[in-house]
Design a binder for this molecule. Sequence first.
Ligand SMILES: [Fe+2]
Length: 236
Amino acid sequence: MANITRRSALQSMAVAGTGLAVGATGAAAQDGQMMAKPAAPGMKVPAYAPVVYKLDDLVGLNKDMLEQHYKLYAGYVTNTNKANTALSEMIAAGKTESADFAETRRRLGFEYNGMRLHEYYFGSMKSGGSPVDAKLKAAVEAVWGTWDAWMADFVRTGMMRGIGWSMLYQDPWNGALSHHWISDHEYFHPAGFTPILVMDVWEHAYVLQFGAQGRKAYVDAFFKNVDWGVVAKRLK
Ligand SMILES: [Fe+2]
C-alpha cells in the first residue's frame, strides 16, 4: 500500500532565499566589490524534498527496478533544487547574460517535471490497485464510450515511440478530458491542464524487468496497481 510522507516541501522557502542573498553578499564582500557593486538579491527559491514511497509489493513489478526508479526520481528533486539555486546565484552575481543561465532556466522545466510527474505516477499506485471509481468511470465513458475504449486509447498513447509519459488530462476551464503524449518530461503539456492519470513510459520504468521490447507487459502490470480512488480525486 502506498505510504507517502512529505518530509518537507517548501517549508524552507524563505530561509533558502535569505541564505542565497546573504551568501551572495558575502562573496561580493570577499571580492572587495560590495561597495562598488552591491549584490542583487537573487530569488527566493523553494526547497523540495523527495516523497518516500513504500511500493515494494506492487503486483508484477520488480522491487529492484522500483528501487532504481525511486533514486532517479530523487535525482530530479535534487536537480530541481540545484537549478533554482544556481539561477538565483547567477542573478545575484549579475551573470544572467551567460549561456549557463539560459541553459539552466531551460533545464528547470525538465527537472521540475521529472520530479512532479513521478509524484503523480508513484502517488497513484498501490499494490493490487483499488476498485474502479464510479465517478471516473462515468467521466471517461462520457468521452470514449466505454471504459475499455478509454483504456485502449490511454495505452495506445503510452505505446507511442519515444521516451515520455502517457497522460489523461482534464481541462479545468470546461472539465474536458483528453489524452496527451509528453516527450521527455517537459514537452507538449497543455497549459494549465490537470494531470489525472500519469504513466511513466521511459525505458527505466520497464527495461530492467521486461526488456527493451517489454513496454506492453509493463503497461499491463501498471494497470494492476492503479489506485483509482486517488486518480478520481484529481478530477474536478
Ligand atoms: Fe521514471
